[in-house]
Design a protein around this ligand. Sequence first.
Ligand code: FAD
Ligand code: FMN
Length: 777
Amino acid sequence: MRISILGGGPAGLYFAILMKQANPRLDIAIHERNRPDDTFGFGVVFSDQTLATFERYDPESYRAITAAFAYWDDIEIRFKGTVHRIGGNGFCGCSRRTLLMLLHERCRALGVALHFSDDITTLDAFAGADLIVAADGINSMVRERHRAHFGTTVDLRPNRFAWMGSTRPLDAFTFCFRETPHGIFIGHAYQYEPGRSTWVMETDSATFERAGLAGMDEAATATFLESVFAEDLDGHGLITNRSLWRRFPMIRNARSVMGNVVLLGDAKSTAHFSIGSGTKLAMEDAIALFESFQAKPSVTDALAHFEESRRGEVERTQHAADVSLVWFEHLDRFWNMDPRQFAFGLMTRSKSITYENLRLRAPDFVDEADRMFARSVRAAGFDVNVEKPVPPMFQPFRLRGLTVPNRVVVSPMCMYSATDGLPGDFHLVHYGSRAMGGAGLLFTEMVCVSPTGRITPGCAGLWNDAQEAAWARIVGFARAHGSAKLCLQLGHSGRKGATKLMWEGMDRPLPDGAWPIMAASPLPYYQDSQVPHEMTRADMDAVRDDFVAAARRGLRAGFDMLELHCAHGYLLGGFISPLTNLRRDEYGGSLENRLRFPLEVFEAMRGVWPSDKPMSVRLSATDWQDGGITGEDSVEVSRAFIRAGVDLIDVSSGQTTPAAAPIYGRMFQTPFSDQIRNDARVATMCVGSITTADQVNTILLAGRADLVALGRPHLVDPAFTVRAAAQYGIALPGPVQYQAGRDQVVRTAAAAAEEIIELRRKAKPKQHAPAPLRAAE
Ligand SMILES: Cc1cc2nc3c(=O)[nH]c(=O)nc-3n(C[C@H](O)[C@H](O)[C@H](O)COP(=O)(O)OP(=O)(O)OC[C@H]3O[C@@H](n4cnc5c(N)ncnc54)[C@H](O)[C@@H]3O)c2cc1C
Ligand SMILES: Cc1cc2nc3c(=O)[nH]c(=O)nc-3n(C[C@H](O)[C@H](O)[C@H](O)COP(=O)(O)O)c2cc1C
């Protein structure tokens, strides 16, 4: 088989090595436009995990790489005069030039043909090759010529960055944050060989403009940055080498194969430098393509296998990189945080590091962060232990006159089990057991304010005395036996009304017994759904009064808190989203107009809800659809509700239209909570695929939310919080009847948690360097 490789970067070289090593008879040639010792950039980074993979695939090159790298274990964060060091992060840095030379050497030894100074302008040069590997980097000629086929998207990020070097020795991967009169600058720095470190400089585009960097040449830029990072550089200068300011392109391709041509490395997919994975991703691509040829000897089958098998992993890395780069793009959001919270947020930004695994690596740092959190709780007036604090999820929280005993919330969940809106025994048991399960706050399902405001015939309501009495019974039981505070969620179904029970066909129209529905605009949810009637002002008056009447009933029933449901495409959410509100009157058009009616309802409810009791609003922070609500819009929406007296934004997303394309994943809605909390400066509750105490603590300690709600986990485990507390050796107060069970779970959970920690410790990859390299004197 003849293999032609375009591009002699890490991806092309490593693929050639693996293939040739497995099958010396292969005819492999690499065509590279640069000379062998030309190189741009400074160092590259690999984690312990990546090195372990290299060792498995080609021990020879692994040995060569590890003999020439600098190793470090710590991440250092330098922020506003503080320095935090977090150990256990096992990374190595290696000069890109050395890496390429080592790979050249290995190629030569195996018999791969290397053609340097060979600028390829057309794939015709490779006629007759059985396989063409386009490993031609970020500006790939092959990809650019066939963008339509590959389905290329390039998301050019707004921040500016430049790769630079320095002689400054560093014994940790170092993040430096510096504020100047122009704005904030970030240095991502690490040593890659004795006396040499990489410095990736980053800033936002407004700061870039204000500092006049657009007009500076490389030397002037270096001088400017030397003054910004003078303290961090400690007397050393910056070195440039084609250190031009760029904007990072997040490159994605729907397909990576075209006939016998395959894209590899940066040509196919990039990962932002802040997760240090560009070279790793390229070399792992090479490994995956090699594995596909091991699994399927024919070119067609192997490429199909590669296309299929590689995608998930790359998407996960790119998603982590996306989350990470967004963190750096929104530094102003976190700038005023306590330095420990800032550092914790930085460490946990891309979800792979959490409260628990950070505790394994850096227990002192996490203890310090826990104490910081406890001190902020004490500053809010709670008499909590700040020296030996409980984890953040068990710290109390105050909203107006309401004290929520801990930060775990049972999310609102429709049970579709009421008769004519009347909650029955199922509801008493359902809410009663969850109220005794340890969560600090328990939401009702969406309780509908009128019979025609129901989603389904099974939805619970609060428009008559019998319903009020039934809710009062539930509240009374919960209060007598549980510790959770109780929040009533009120809503109106809008265009999603008169639909089937969830398990019979969610959002599908009722075949019989449907009632007339209304909405901001006469748009059916599905094509075959009932067309809602466009609300008139008289309808608005009636709906507002229904909300107010239900709020009064909720107060009499004894609820502690009230939430207005403005999410998920129901009536009020339908007003807010431009996808579902096409009105031309003062209730449609601009965001201000679209918010008018939801705000009117909120204010009317606020007027009858006692001033010492809190109110929240549930929002769909994004519609997950072009032309719909975005995170930025939701910050504005939140600001409007803050002005109207809201105490907490309950941040959900989507479900506005069936065309939405959400990106799911663990904690997938948390970034919107982070954005709203830290941009609009309001308390938030986040929710969505949060399933463990570890995740809850990570979110809270990083300042991404104030409360964390769990929906589905509570459907199977009403006592989620009791169990979570037990893991930390905490026995939550609860019904005396269940005391023996709680005592036992505390004893057994602590031992089980210890076992898991031990297993994780053992599963940690071995460290790959005997000792860090010293800087050249
Ligand atoms: C300026 C710059 C500096 C960087 N510095 C660092 C760094 O310090 N550390 C780090 O971890 N990452 C760095 N990166 C990112 C990192 O280099 C990439 O993520 C990684 O190298 C991707 O490997 P690759 O093999 O896919 O592509 P590349 O390493 O980009 O290799 C592609 C190769 O194809 C060659 N080529 C392209 N077109 C043609 C053609 N038509 N004919 C012949 N040859 C061609 C190029 O010359 C290049 O050598 C840098 C990137 C850039 C652009
Ligand atoms: C069965 C079910 C019913 C739900 N009903 C409601 C509801 O009545 N009101 C509401 O705002 N959200 C409702 N949701 C959304 C949840 O509150 C929550 O946001 C969602 O399930 C994501 O959280 P999770 O991943 O923890 O389950 C419901 C979710 C489920 C699974």
